[in-house]
Design a protein around this ligand. Structure first.
Ligand SMILES: C[S@@+](CC[C@H](N)C(=O)[O-])C[C@H]1O[C@@H](n2cnc3c(N)ncnc32)[C@H](O)[C@@H]1O
Length: 284
């Protein structure tokens, strides 16, 4: 069964160096409806743009991926490792045992960061799901650092929206994504993107979605020169490289630039633009 899946897969390795929700990698690997690939809001998450990013790069949703390399220096780097392990069901159980709403969220946020990676992942997923504007929840000095709870407005409550921390729904979304991950070999890590080993075998796609140059909100960063060096190193090794930024990224290796956001408003803010820089694999 596993061998058949590998034989059909067109992308041998999809390497997401600052993966966050891994929206683009999972779109390529799974091709499921968007709602089945993402379980939390996340600042800068690409779930809405994933299909367009793949198509601009000459790839497709559901194309299939043999090995998914998911790395992020933030908590997602750890969470993907746990969700791709046999312990994913324990994460789902811990989330399902939580109470809905703000009081539970605040209790989790003020408690020490759990030592057990399974519990830590479950608590982080719950905190992130309730985080205001999807701002990343991070660990600092053994404590959670958050930007607050995404409280519903009275109008939203009247319209029947449920609390942002809604454990039964969250647990079932996490379970759908974790089952999807089982269709690939997953190599997850929580490293600086520059420390991820450069491994290219067969069609290798590297996706780099760093914090945007003018953006704020992440605990960690990658400078423009880091991005250019990473893109160059993976390209030299034979990979196809895709870079998301709010502007075209100049690497000087024959890259092409594509506007991802479709301009509908003349007042479009430059920092809200989405560009994709594509470096085809050298032997393509
Ligand atoms: C724009 S977000 C990526 C969003 C992702 N594409 C998605 O769809 O959810 C940028 C990510 O870069 C990560 N990051 C920042 N500096 C990093 C570094 N030096 N190495 C690895 N990841 C880093 C942040 O933790 C954050 O998750």
């Amino acid at each position: 069964m596993q061998a058949d899946l590998f034989a059909q897969a067109k992308i041998a390795r999809f390497v997401s160096l600052s993966c966050g929700t891994a929206a683009v990698a999972l779109a390529a690997a799974l091709g499921k409806p968007r709602a089945d690939r993402v379980f939390t809001t996340y600042l800068g998450g690409k779930s809405r743009d994933a299909a367009r990013i793949l198509s601009l790069a000459g790839l497709a949703e559901g194309q299939g991926v043999r090995t998914l390399v998911l790395n992020d220096l933030g908590q997602f780097g750890e969470v993907w490792g746990v969700l791709a392990s046999p312990r994913w069901a324990e994460v789902v159980e811990v989330i399902a045992s939580m109470e809905p709403g703000e009081e539970q969220w605040r209790a989790l946020a003020s408690a020490p960061v759990p030592v057990c990676p399974v519990r830590r992942s479950a608590v982080w997923v719950a905190l992130q799901a309730g985080s205001v504007m999807g701002k990343p929840v991070v660990v600092r000095d053994g404590r959670w650092k958050t930007h607050g709870y995404a409280r519903l407005s009275p109008a939203a409550v009247k319209l029947g929206f449920t609390a942002r921390l809604n454990p039964p729904t969250l647990a079932s979304k996490v379970s759908v994504v974790a089952r999807g991950l089982a269709r690939c070999e997953v190599v997850a890590s929580q490293r600086d993107a520059r420390a991820v080993p450069v491994v290219v075998d067969g069609l290798t796609v590297v996706y780099l979605d760093p914090p945007y140059r003018e953006g704020t909100g992440y605990e960690y960063n990658l400078s423009r020169s880091d991005v250019v060096e990473l893109g160059t190193a993976w390209h030299v090794a034979g990979a196809k490289v895709l870079i998301s930024e709010s502007e075209p990224v100049v690497i000087g290796r024959g890259e092409t630039h594509h506007k991802v956001s479709v301009q509908t408003d003349q007042r479009e803010r430059p920092d809200r633009q989405e560009w994709l820089t594509v470096l085809e694999a050298p032997d393509a």
